[in-house]
Design a protein around this ligand. Structure first.
Ligand code: FBP
Length: 550
């Protein structure tokens, strides 16, 4: 493989581990757990994996010879920086248990398990991918593992390979499915353990025991570098407003973290929009207000951050999208009819089929955006927010509003917009030192949980604002994070998605500062991720974690 000079140097980086994992880890059994809500229902659905205790590892000195373990690993869902280090952590961890242990990687995501598509991950392969971004070592996919027949197919290959355990590296949905799989294998005495690892750049898989999902640190650093560059361009040319949409699906953690890092003039937070029940018109009014005020100071430029999932949090849009989801749900008669209608007639057909209130909202949208709302749904039946150009929708509506204000005399500046969407740019970046260490530690933790015979646990590494050797490694029963939610019309046990907490320290700090940032040019230009150099520059984690743990 041809590699850059940086990659060559970076390959030599030895990720740091918590001190409990450096020697022989001693298992400490903590308190029994309960699910965050709906305890009775979850306990009934998970009789073998519910209520298990929390686990932490401490430094031990007892070195015992253990049997080799064979482990299969799956990368599930969207890419996140550090996935390769989780895998190298598992590899080094199981080799430490016994050098005869083997690691297999299922190809192309969870589908690889069902289709028996795998490779053995040898030392040679692993060494090529240490500290690199991406998931290309084995590939990822979005096949949902949720049916018994898929679990049984998985068991066939697990038996062929004499697997002791599977590690599923994924977000909330993938870890929910990992837990269902763990329960199924436990109930059937299959002898295959299942361990989860918290992955997603979105940052929405977090709770008391999972302080952050991996990849969030690196991805937000990449986006913040780009936002900083754009802010400097805006402040140099002084002629454009940059509307930047940021990935993150439903949650606005990415937008909030990037705002804390760069101090842009406008940042929308979806969770606040929902709480305040803001209409699209009110959001546009707020943005136009900031733009007009800046124009009074001669600043006809600025930067606005827009979370990817915003549109679903605007009450009237949420209702409209819900109605469209029902109308266009895969396998329904209406979806079939819709597909056969000529594209130009589709909006009219939709307007007839939805409620008058939603029809009015649909009609008020620019045609391009209205059409984007009717595009294919994702495998969960939801509109694919990354395909909706919310930044353009807002830009166009803000322009109309400013033209009105100009006529009324309340805006005398200029407005020219540039649009950006940052998402894929950050998902495969080479992991920051934090993510390289965190991911390696998560993988290593998973290997210790496996050697301790645990199943239905998620690897957890906490105390993340301290130096890595002070991090606390252990395991959290996945059922502890679950509650019952309606999915496709049925109540299902799922891991609770963590949205931005409006009473949390990061958001509170942001609202204290945003007025000041709106009117100033006090941007922060964070620059690129640094892999070598002073610890204050290279080893700092997110502002979100720092504020949460202050
Ligand atoms: P995960 O939830 O699987 O980690 O993926 C996150 C994400 O990057 C979202 O931010 C984004 O909306 C989505 O994936 C895009 O999906 P795709 O990779 O299928 O285009």
């Amino acid at each position: 493989m041809n590699i850059s000079a940086l990659q060559k140097e970076r390959a030599k980086y030895q990720p740091k581990l918590p001190k409990s994992l450096i020697g022989a880890a001693k298992l400490v059994v903590g308190a029994k757990t309960e699910s965050v809500a709906d305890q009775k229902e979850i306990a009934e659905l998970f009789p073998n994996t519910y209520g298990m205790p929390l686990i932490t590892f401490e430094e031990g000195n007892e070195k015992s010879d253990k049997d080799p373990v064979n482990v299969g690993v799956i990368l599930s869902g969207g890419q996140a920086p550090g996935g390769h280090n989780v895998i190298s952590g598992i590899f080094d961890g199981i080799k430490k248990i016994n050098s005869k242990s083997k690691l297999y990687g299922f190809l192309g995501g969870p589908g690889g398990l069902v289709d028996h598509d795998y490779i053995e991950l040898t030392a040679e392969i692993i060494d090529e991918y240490r500290n690199t971004g991406g998931f290309d070592i084995i590939g990822s996919g979005r096949t949902k593992l949720e049916e018994h027949k898929q679990f049984d197919k998985g068991l066939e290959v697990a038996r062929d390979l004499s697997l002791n355990a599977l590690v599923v590296i994924g977000g909330d949905d993938s870890n929910t499915n990992a837990c269902v799989l763990a329960e199924y294998y436990a109930a059937n005495n299959a002898g295959v353990q299942v361990i989860g690892c918290p992955k997603t750049i979105d940052g929405d898989l977090k709770n008391e025991m999972i302080e952050t999902s991996f990849g969030f640190d690196t991805a937000t650093k990449v986006y913040s570098e780009l936002i900083g560059n754009i802010q400097r361009d805006a402040n140099s040319a002084k002629k454009y407003w940059h509307f930047i949409k940021l990935m993150g699906r439903s949650a606005s953690h990415i937008g909030l973290e990037c705002a804390l890092k760069t101090q842009p003039n406008i940042t929308l937070i979806s969770e606040e929009v929902a709480k305040e029940k803001q209409t699209l018109g009110e959001i546009v009014e707020y943005m136009a207000g900031v733009i007009a005020k800046r124009a009074e100071h001669g600043y006809n430029f600025g930067v606005a951050l827009i979370p990817e999932g915003l549109i679903e949090f605007i009450p009237e849009m949420k209702i409209l999208i819900g109605e469209l989801n029902d109308l266009l749900a895969e396998g329904t008669k209406t979806a079939e009819i819709f597909q056969n209608i000529k594209k130009s007639y589709r909006p009219e057909w939709i307007i007839e089929k939805i409620s008058p209130e939603s029809a009015a909202v649909f009609k008020s949208l620019p045609l391009g955006i209205a059409n984007q709302l009717t595009l294919d749904r994702d495998p969960h039946g939801n509109v694919q927010v990354s395909l909706i150009e919310t930044e353009k929708l807002l830009g166009e509506m803000v322009k109309v509003k400013l033209d009105e204000m100009k006529k009324e005399g309340s805006f005398s500046g200029k407005f020219g917009a540039q649009y950006h969407f940052f998402g894929y740019e950050g998902r495969c970046a080479a992991p920051s030192n934090f993510d390289a260490d965190y991911c390696y530690s998560l993988g290593f933790t998973a290997s210790v949980l496996i050697s301790e015979g645990k199943t239905g646990y998620m690897a957890s590494v906490r105390n993340l604002t301290a130096a890595a050797d002070e991090w606390i490694a252990g395991g959290v029963p996945i059922t502890m994070m679950m509650n019952m939610e309606k999915r496709h019309g049925h109540m299902k046990p799922v891991i609770q998605k963590a949205l931005v907490e409006l009473d949390g320290a990061p958001y509170k700090y942001f609202i204290k500062k945003r007025g000041e940032w709106a009117n100033s040019t006090q941007f922060i230009y964070p620059g690129p991720i640094q892999y070598f150099g002073p610890t204050e520059v290279c080893d700092q984690t997110t502002e979100t974690l720092k504020l949460e743990q202050a």
